[in-house]
Ligand binder design. Sequence first.
Ligand code: CAA
Length: 340
Amino acid sequence: EAIKKMGELGLMGIMVDPKWNGAGMDTVSYAIAMEEISRVDASCGVIMSVNNSLVCFLLEKFASDTIKEAYLKPLASGEKLGAFSLSEPQSGSDASNMKTHAKKEGNHYIINGIKNWVTSGIHSDYVILFAVTTPGVGHKGISCFIIKKGCDGFVTGKPENKLGIRASDTCELYFDNVKVPIENLIGKEGEGFRIALETLDGGRIGIAAQALGIAQASLDASISYSKERIQFGKSISTNQAIQYKIADMAIEIESARLLAYKAAWLKDQKQSYGQIASMAKVYASEMAMRASTQCVQIHGGYGYMRESGIERLMRDAKITQIYEGTSEIQRIVIARKLLQ
Ligand code: CAA
């Protein structure tokens, strides 16, 4: 229900051209919207992020007009929901080591394999899939497809029982001789891995903004609770130990926000942005973990209780250090560029 309303507000295709039913706004606007939604609910944030920066961006940039007409339009308007399936049980960070394969037979590809950790895997209508079309040549043998839910042999797994972002579904997807028309190939055969990595560069700006939202919510809650909570006859906000925590949170949030906006602005200026997007993602996600942990600390025993809603910030922050490339992978991307 909430996601449908977000679609009506234009939040599901923020950067998409209005001719494909998008809101036609820029990446900086997208980062601001992602932060504000995630400030209230990081699960809605990730559903929005995957649909905008992994699915709609990929389709608008790499797909044919026929695919855009059929798939991008309903995804950008929020009428349909998209998922992005890259990871497999044996290939997470080592994304090109995938086993799912697509064999061309006449006018179709026959897909077999398993994908996991798929955000919105259950509730999505369309899924971006990466599969090997030419085995034995590494990443150069990977291709990208769009697949409609409901075709024979395409089965959705059970929802994963996660630590955080529990209102966003995550599941495995199973492909058993799934027949996909050749028109559903995005780009050319063998271009899939490059498409995935270029898409993830932009996705990482979305996750940086999601982490920012969680951190800002942690700061907001810390300020209001510390002013209300009386101990030793005065509000705890008068203690320097609490003030230092709040000041450090604000410094780090502002730094992360500027990094995320810089990455978004570079993307809007059509300049190279992958390295800064990785910096924004790693810094904002690690900062969100620190801010949400301090927020629980400021709230004391109350913050540790489920009903406070405070511990959720800490559980939701953790995943931002893991998905769309772990902190370790981001540092590899940053260092490779520096050492090039
Ligand atoms: N854009 C376009 N192309 C790129 C690129 C980029 N940013 N980075 C690399 N490439 C190209 C390279 O030039 C190379 O092509 P050539 O051989 O033709 O020169 C090719 O891609 C392979 O590059 P590498 O040799 O650098 O590849 P690698 O195997 O060493 O891996 C990696 C690089 C950075 C580690 C990459 O595998 C990676 O980012 N891993 C993390 C995967 C990830 O982020 N997964 C997230 C899953 S999705 C998700 O989480 C969504 C969700 O649900 C929220």
